[in-house]
Every structure is written in structure tokens, then in C-alpha cells.
Ligand binder design. Sequence first.
Ligand code: ATP
Ligand code: MG
Length: 414
Amino acid sequence: MRLSKLFTKTLREAPKDEITANAQLLAKGGFVFKVMSGVYAFLPLGLRVLNKIRNIIREEMDALGGQEILMPSLHPAEYWKATGGWDNIDVLFKIKSRTEKDYALGQSHEEIVTPIVKEMVKSYKDLPLAIYQVNWKFRDELRPKSGILRGREFEMKDMYSFHESQEDFENFYEKVKKAYINAYKKLGLVAKVAEASGGNFSEKISYEFMVLTDAGEDDILYCSACDFCVNLNIAKQKENDVCPRCGKVKLEKGKASEVGNVFDLGKKYPKDFDFQYAAQDGGKEYPVMGCYGWGTTRTMGVVVEKFHDEKGIVWPDIIAPFQVHLIHLGDSKEVKKAAEDLYKELQKNKIEVLFDDREDKGAGEKFIDADLIGIPLRAVVSEKTVKEKKIEIKKRNEEKIKLVDKKELLKILC
Ligand code: ATP
Ligand code: MG
């Protein structure tokens, strides 16, 4: 993609009303546009990052046997009344039609997925089943804040599983927890698994995936020697208690952002929708249900919180909007041609390249934008490099500048 054609512009100043790094840098870099408090548009650069996050999660869910679907956001009120959510979930957006009918905007999708699965699953032979989607959620959050960490419209990957027995559910639950940890690791994040209470309507234990960051809203207690972690809200322990799991060190307190969670829903939703299947013993049974949420847009914000410096974002390779930020400096025809040729060659080799071909910007501005946008590798073509038949490269997270030839550059990027 050519920067000269990119319709978004970088900002030199962060919007005054944004405090957190993710809100400031994503706006400055032209990744997102704030439409109103808690509601953001994802612009070309931001959408590229979000798509990569979505796809990493999809790979993990597919590997678990999850089948992807897409459910609507506009829901009939009756489904929410059937589960009690209509009156009990304070963040539920309710809409009245001109026909006087009531609707809800999806704040989660148990109310939709359960009736769908009920129509399809008739026998134990159809179980277990895991269905997921990557879709927008709407919540009437009182204090949308911290950029895309807490939106009123945000995106989530939500998976729902249905099982014949609690045991089968527990096995799957463990697999999903492992897949989550694995996927966070791919994104460069260390997620601690915190035990928490079960959320809406549930007495059961759930697990929250917490990433330490001061921009987060949760307080956790964690052990630096083992994987013990609890949400401070429910914790039996307090700061400086000896870790109840390993006994080696004292528990530390930290601010964290919940990037995902998994719930044991038991039989609540199948019971609400009278969803029974023909069991192996000839009787009728309600399936055991689990749900597995992952905030995709929040994850993008947390990545920015973790990976940035005073100049801008430092994207991990795997979700960077492009692999290389190619910059052309100077007016001579020879340099322009060398940069154009390199751009084409990189594209031919399927390398994702953002090409700063702007003619009205000098080196200073181009470098500032490259640091702000945060693509892992910067490649410069200038009078000097052309003379030496080289390209000047610099990693976003290093100071060292290196001259390489085209072959070496392709080797680094392929
Ligand atoms: P929180 O405690 O942060 O409000 P939650 O317990 O309401 O989260 P779920 O309803 O289970 O979370 O949603 C699953 C995931 O969706 C969360 O782990 C989080 O990553 C993300 N998420 C929840 N609410 C928001 C929001 N308002 N904005 C952005 N992401 C969110
Ligand atoms: Mg919430």
C-alpha cells in the first residue's frame, strides 16, 4: 500500500480527551477513529491489525474443532426474556420498534446460539459441539474509557460448547484454556489465568485471562514464581500472603486487563429454551454448556499498551499491519526508480509493504510517521543507498542501522 494514497493521516498531537496509550497512539497513527465515547471505527491500518488478531484466534478455535458462524446483532426481546437477561442485565441495549415490538442489541449470544443449536442437535450423537463467531457486541457501559479497552460497541470472539456430561465439558474447558494461553503467547502477551466467580446467573467458577497493564481495570493478586493468580474481588488471599500454590514467594498485586474468559454455564440456557436431546440411555437430557469469550478489540488495545515507546507503537511481527515500512528519500529520478522497483519486488514476493512514496514530505516527517505507525522493519532508499546498491534497514525496536542488499532484505522478510 502506498502512503500517498492512504486516506488516513497521522496526527502530531494526541486527542486531548484520551489518556491511555492505546487511545492516543491508535488515533495518532490513524488506526482508529473515535465516533463517540466507546465507539470506534477501524481504519485501514487498524483493520489490518484486527484481522490478524481475528485470524490467529480463528486458527486456535478451528484446531479445537470449533465451527465458525455469524449471528445477528439485532435480537428479539422474547429470547432475552426467556433467560431473565431482559430485566437483569444492566448493560443490555433495548430498542423499541415503530411497530411497538421490543428488540435487544447483542451483548452476548447465548440467547441466540442456544435456540439455533436446539433446532440442530437432537441426539447424543450430535454432541459434543463447539460453535463460535467473531462479532460485535453492544453494551451500555456507564464509563466507556481507556480507548478500545472498554467500548460500548466492541468485538469479541465468542464460542459456545455443548456436551453430554460435566466430565466431557471439563475436558474441553481445559483444552480451550490451553489454546487461549497459546494464542496470547503468539500475540506476545503473557496471560495469567485468574479464578473468578461465574458472572451473570452462575454460581460456578470461571477463569479470566489477565494481562498486566496499568491501563487495565482489574486488580489481581499473582505469584511471580508459579502460575497462581486470582481476581482481588473474590480473593481469599491478600497482598504479601505467601503463595497458596507454590509457597515460595509472596503474592503481588497488579492492575490487569481481562482479555478473555471462559465460563461453565451448566444447563441454564438449555433449560431456559427447553433444549433436550435423546440421550444414550433412551431418556431426554439437557446438554452441559460452556462459553468462551475473547475481546479481540480489547486485545489490540492491550498489545499497544504493552508495546509502545515515546515515539509510537512497536507492533509484534505477527499482528503488525505490514511487515516492512519502505521509505523513499530525495528527488532524483534514480532514487525514485530504485524505490519503486523495490516496492514491486517486495510485493511480488508476497511481502506486506507500506510504501512511503510521498513527495511532499521530508526525511524527518517520514521517520516520525514510521516510528508512530510501528511496523517492525523500516527500509530506506536514498541517494546514498542507491550509490552503494544497498538498502538501509532498521528494526523498530532497535537503534542499530544496517546496510543490506536486496537479497538479504528478502531473506529477512520471507
Ligand atoms: P469486564 O469485566 O471487563 O467488563 P466481562 O466480564 O463483562 O468483562 P465478558 O462479558 O465475558 O466480559 O466478555 C468477554 C471478553 O470481552 C472480556 O474478557 C473482554 O476481553 C471483552 N470485553 C468485555 N466487555 C468489553 C468492553 N466493554 N469493551 C471491550 N471489550 C470488552
Ligand atoms: Mg463487563
